[in-house]
Ligand binder design. Structure first.
Ligand code: ADP
Length: 334
């Protein structure tokens, strides 16, 4: 996995956890979602009720897990974490739901990847705080109703559109997380540098922020790579030059594109002559799942004006050729 998108290493995960903001006030950016969410939480506190179910959508690393933890701590409630892919059978979900305590926050990451039967069980649980546990098979099967304590479901998905309508409709509040501005990422980095006891100049923060793909997780990860680089080179204060040198070494370019972004863009620009090309063909060309290309690489490339989406497929833009240092081929789609 690439240096910016892997989160498998235990040490990396531990640092990531340590850098998570604990309360809504410490959560940088996403002003609209924060305002709306704070109202939802305040209202349920005043009513003395469990908060409404919350759906959070947006590309990876923008703060969905962090917000679910914040919801739990703001509501003074325990938090249970699971994910769609971990729930393959309705029974898996029943086991989780039946062990929730009153007011508990249940975070389901990648909720769009839950199995169908589990999803249907979740509808009833969300609406009526009840599930039917099916015992036995075939004609002898019986459904035993089970009351659940009121809980708050926080679902996370890379795109709300991946969810079936009936599931989407059962959330009282949907927050869509947007990519962060460079200024917001600088704030994230300042906070992290403080926690990691790192000396970074303002220009150093801007350099890292500008290469972070609008994503706090990447910003924090790049900061740690820069920290490693500075340690090895005996540099005490990280300035823009040190940050740039470190990140060049890790193949994070000046626009923040990582290896996946660049291979998608390069395939599109050279192999397919700038497109239009369908998502699955493009994904095969770079050896990735279509969903990864669509939800991880594409949103940022489109936002940066490097890729366009047309009814006939994906196209590279003139800016893509300029960024890759390639000549525009004859017959390019723009
Ligand atoms: P997601 O669940 O959307 O993939 P996470 O909530 O796991 O993203 O966030 C990834 C990392 O980025 C966390 O370690 C967290 O510290 C940091 N982070 C995310 N959003 C913010 C924010 N708004 N302010 C500060 N740090 C953030």
């Amino acid at each position: 996995a690439s240096v910016v998108s892997s989160s498998e290493e235990p040490e990396e995960r531990a640092i990531e956890a340590a850098l998570r903001p604990k309360f809504l006030d410490e959560f940088v950016g996403q002003a609209r979602v924060r305002r709306q969410l704070s109202l939802v939480l305040e209202a349920s506190r005043l009513r003395g009720r469990t908060a409404d179910h919350v759906l959070l959508s947006g590309p990876p690393g923008l703060g969905k897990t962090t917000l679910s933890m914040i919801i739990a701590s703001e509501m003074n409630a325990p938090l249970r974490i699971s994910s769609g892919p971990a729930i393959q059978h309705a029974g898996d979900l029943a086991a989780i739901l039946s062990s929730l305590s009153e007011g508990e926050v249940l975070f389901l990451d990648e909720i769009h990847r839950m199995s169908r039967p589990a999803e249907e069980m979740l509808y009833m649980a969300m609406e009526d705080f009840r599930v039917d546990i099916v015992v036995g098979k075939g004609a002898g099967a019986t459904a035993i109703p089970l009351e659940l304590p009121p809980f708050t479901l926080v679902g996370a998905t890379t795109r709300a559109g991946l969810l079936p309508g009936p599931l989407r409709d059962r959330f009282g509040f949907t927050g869509h997380l947007e990519f962060y501005s460079v200024a917001e990422l600088e704030l994230v980095l300042r906070r992290s540098a403080g926690l990691l006891d790192l000396k970074v100049t303002s220009a150093g923060f801007s350099e890292v922020a500008g290469r972070s793909r609008g994503t706090p997780r990447i910003a924090n990860r790049l900061l740690r790579r820069v920290r490693d680089w500075a340690l090895v080179h005996g540099i005490e204060q990280i300035d823009a030059r040190a940050a740039a040198a470190a990140l060049d070494m890790y193949e994070v370019d000046a626009k923040g594109l990582d290896r996946l972004d660049r291979s998608v863009l390069t395939a599109l620009a050279s192999k397919f002559g700038g497109g239009p090309v369908g998502l699955s063909t493009l994904a095969i060309a770079v050896g990735e799942e279509p969903e990864t290309v669509e939800t991880v690489a594409e949103p940022y490339l489109v936002r940066e004006g490097l890729m366009g989406r047309t009814p006939r497929g994906r196209i590279a833009t003139p800016a893509a050729y300029a960024h890759l240092g390639l000549a525009v081929p004859a017959g390019a789609p723009f």
